[in-house]
Ligand binder design. Structure first.
Ligand code: R5P
Length: 285
């Protein structure tokens, strides 16, 4: 397998390269004077199994990914796989109102033109996976989180809403901790109301609060305030994808005892490395 580094994924590519014993191809990248992206794959991809690793969180990252896929497909690879650590635009996976764009489907349709398979991590909604005509693997993180939190050993793993309870339970099984969820009602794109479940005693407990995404931080901050008011002994906060709009990481880390996210998006709090789980999937384990 040969790795093709797309947008903003150099570190993850290096980690995967070491784990898979796979080389990283050279890609020349620059901008035209008007800001448009130029890229060129250096070397020969013919008959090779290729893995494009690319961060599509920014719109220019999406463009770079598409251009890289088009360039790679034009070099007649044996197989062409796309690994997108954080699948952006997956929140709009249905037409809530007439005339809206199903943006996650639009992107899947484009990637499908070039790839033999798509791999991502903890996509916001599984519905997007169903849009793909090519195999689409949505990897759910387990062992990398278990390894990271095995010393902390939380008493209770808490999801801030019922949508994340499976993630909390999965980690709870691996760590031998109880799992529960809070009840969240979204008021608007930045505000939520959160209530504690009945019958769970949080007093004196070590809590690991985990969600798929931290964006504005509104969900986590409300959940943290609620849990702190219940007399817990310590609070670690975790998300798979740390987007951290408007420096929400600073606000969360000033309240929590620890804030850690995975390296699907590189940032100051990307302390959990998911490359081993991706490598295991790629070698068929
Ligand atoms: C919502 O369903 C997700 O699981 C997250 O809770 C949400 O995306 C977090 O967004 P924010 O940080 O803006 O509250």
């Amino acid at each position: 397998m040969l790795l093709l580094p797309g947008n903003n994924c150099e570190d993850l590519c290096k980690k995967l390269s070491a784990r898979l014993n796979a080389e990283i191809a050279d890609v020349e990248k620059r901008r035209f004077p008007d800001g448009e992206i130029y890229l060129r794959i250096l070397g020969d991809l013919s008959d090779e199994e290729i893995l494009v690793v690319s961060d599509t969180r920014s719109d220019s990252g999406i463009m770079e990914t598409i251009f890289l896929l088009e360039a790679a497909r034009g070099m007649n690879p044996g197989k062409l796989h796309l690994f997108i650590p954080y699948f952006s635009y997956s929140r709009q996976h249905m037409r809530y109102k007439q005339g809206e764009s199903v943006s996650s489907k639009a992107l899947v349709d484009i990637y499908n033109q070039y790839v033999d398979s798509i791999i991502t991590i903890d996509i916001h909604d599984e519905e997007t996976v169903g849009f793909s005509e090519k195999p689409f693997f949505n990897l759910k993180m387990g062992m990398s989180l278990k390894e990271f939190y095995s010393d902390f050993r939380p008493d209770i793993i808490v999801s801030p809403d019922d949508g994340g309870i499976e993630r909390a339970k999965r980690l709870g099984e691996l760590l031998g901790s109880m799992a529960t969820n809070l009840d969240k009602v979204r008021l608007d794109s930045r505000n939520v109301a959160i209530q504690a479940p009945e019958g769970v005693d949080f007093r004196g407990k070590k809590i690991l609060l985990i969600d798929d995404i931290i964006s504005t931080g509104g969900t986590m901050i409300k959940a943290m305030e609620l849990l702190k008011s219940k007399g817990i002994s310590s609070l670690s906060v975790c998300a798979i994808h740390g987007i951290f709009v408007n420096s929400s990481d600073d606000r969360i880390s000033s309240i929590a005892d620890d804030l850690s996210v995975t390296n699907t998006i590189q940032g100051d709090y990307s302390k959990i490395d998911i490359s081993s789980e991706v490598a295991r999937h790629l070698v068929g384990e």
